[in-house]
Design a protein around this ligand. Structure first.
Ligand code: GLU
Length: 501
């Protein structure tokens, strides 16, 4: 097999909002082919739309990318041979190229006022024609237009889209896309404030940055022919174009909407990377999940650590069809990746969640290392570790007395069972989970209770929870005196309930 040549790819987000899983997927695919081929992954910030600029968005993006492990080779922070990598620092470059297009007859200045354009649009609407520029300034004599600009008249630069013929654009996944040029508009390339729009800036940058493969959202398909025309007008060789599938709502109907963006409970997920991070999702799981939203290796492999993704990913196996976002799949992948972590790594991942929960006792790693094996199989997200095992870091637990009452038992019977458990636990010689289990199962039999009845009471008494890690192992970690203390407190609470009856 021939080695694939190194690619140069870029992730080119606009800092206009939060870092979304759609962007994370594009960046992941870029990263994967860059690493697979020994190429470069470039981060370019497309911040030419000053009206939609959101302070802090760039930092959120970079933090999110780093957290996902998608390190870039060139970018605004790192620099590189094709910089600057922030479009707001490249204005002159775009202006020069706009002028070059004007000089070569591929673009022209347009002096039409917003008022005039609004009137044109209104008339077109009345005539049920598609809204587009009517070409008034296209017909101006270039020398006259140049003079008006020299005199200081405000102008935008428009692309002089050919009126005849068709443009053939080639997308790697969709093949040839043909459009009649007559159906295209004379799009604005440079605004009157001298700032470029995406159509100009991105094409210029992709060329100057030697981008070999452009991976971007399929929302750019409608203006794809314009981008091809710009490349042709500048006499440049085109990159390989790859328009990625859109995300649909979990129901499969409609584009992923804001309603699903927030994410509340598990299974609702949310679409912003930092929210998923806070909810205890692993970057590995998010990468695995987004990788498979539009790509597959075959019809059965679903567990992909990053190294496998780098090895297996291929653009040819991308699927152009829209993909419904499935948050329960994310939970599923999160579980798989949590279970795949070495214990030390799991401890390092869960520790911040325990720390953030402001529990009573210091969060010691030794203790976490003993707890980790008990919860590794049971949690879907890292924050669930705290829900499940937070009680290890409290000196007391405070169960609702009614929770202490065993199934089909009275409070008095339950108190009696607790007292007998205290005796049994005092009697076990080595305080190990195996010895505890044996002693307490024997006790259940003696008391004519099922193990479930007795252990339910003990679980509530010792952990303060209805759901907990395995009880015997938890007791072993807590130690004999703490276990006995909690059981004695439970006995008293149950006696109070019994007396009140
Ligand atoms: N800044 C564009 C966006 O965020 C980038 C599109 C592209 O990758 O070319 O949609």
């Amino acid at each position: 097999m021939t080695q694939p040549s190194p690619v140069r790819v870029r992730f080119a987000p606009s800092p206009t909002g939060r870092f979304h899983i759609g962007g994370a997927r594009t960046a992941l695919y870029d990263y994967l082919i860059a690493r697979q081929t020994g190429g470069q992954f470039i981060l370019r910030i497309e911040d030419t739309d000053r009206k939609r600029f959101v302070p802090g968005a760039e930092a959120e993006l970079m933090d999110g990318l780093r957290w996902l492990g998608l390190d870039w080779d060139e970018g605004p922070d790192l620099g590189g041979p094709a910089g600057p990598y922030r479009q707001s620092e490249r204005t002159q470059i775009y202006q020069d190229h706009a002028e070059q297009l004007v000089a070569s007859g591929h673009a022209y200045p347009c002096f039409c006022t917003p008022q005039r354009l609004a009137e044109v649009r209104k008339l077109q609407q009345q005539r049920r024609e598609p809204p587009r520029y009517d070409g008034l300034c296209r017909r101006l004599d270039p020398a006259e237009a140049a003079q008006r600009r020299a005199d200081g008249e405000s102008a935008v630069i428009r692309f002089k889209t050919p009126r005849e013929g068709e443009t053939v654009s080639v997308d790697l996944l969709r093949g040839e896309i043909r459009v009649e040029n007559a159906s295209l508009d004379d799009y604005i390339l440079l605004k009157s404030d001298g700032l470029p729009v995406y159509h100009l800036a991105a094409m210029v940058d992709d060329h100057l940055m030697d981008i070999t493969h452009v991976l971007r959202g399929s929302e750019w398909l409608p203006t794809f022919p314009l981008h091809v025309l710009i490349y042709q007008a500048l006499g440049w060789e085109q990159p390989i174009w790859v328009h990625l599938s859109v995300f649909l709502n979990p129901s499969g109907k409609g584009k992923l909407s804001k309603r699903h963006a927030q994410g509340k409970d598990k299974g609702a997920g949310g679409v912003y990377v930092t929210d998923l991070q806070a909810q205890g999702y692993l970057p590995e799981a998010i990468n695995n999940w987004t990788a498979l939203m539009g790509w597959s290796l075959d019809d059965h492999t679903e567990f992909f650590p990053m190294s496998d993704l780098i090895e297996s990913f291929s653009l040819e196996r991308l699927n152009p069809s829209p993909a419904a976002v499935n948050f329960s799949k994310l939970d599923h992948f999160n579980g798989l990746h949590i279970r795949g972590l070495p214990l030390e790594a799991l401890v390092a991942r869960i520790k911040p969640y325990f720390e953030a929960a402001k529990l009573e006792l210091p969060i010691g790693e030794d203790l976490l290392l003993r707890i980790a094996p008990l919860i590794q199989e049971r949690i879907r997200t890292l924050d669930e570790a705290v829900e499940m095992a937070g009680f290890f870091f409290s000196s007391t637990v405070d169960p609702d007395p009614n929770e202490l009452v065993g199934k089909k038992m009275t409070p008095a019977e339950s108190a009696q069972a607790v007292r007998r458990a205290v005796q049994a636990i005092e009697a076990v010689e080595s305080f190990s989970s195996a010895a505890l289990e044996q002693g307490l199962r024997e006790l259940a039999e003696e008391l004519d209770l099922t193990a479930g009845q007795l252990f339910g009471i003990l679980r509530a008494a010792i952990t303060g929870q209805r759901v907990s890690p395995p009880l015997m192992e938890s007791m072993e970690i807590l130690g004999r005196s703490l276990v006995l203390e909690r059981l004695r407190q439970a006995d008293q609470a149950l006696q109070k309930v019994a007396a009140a009856e």
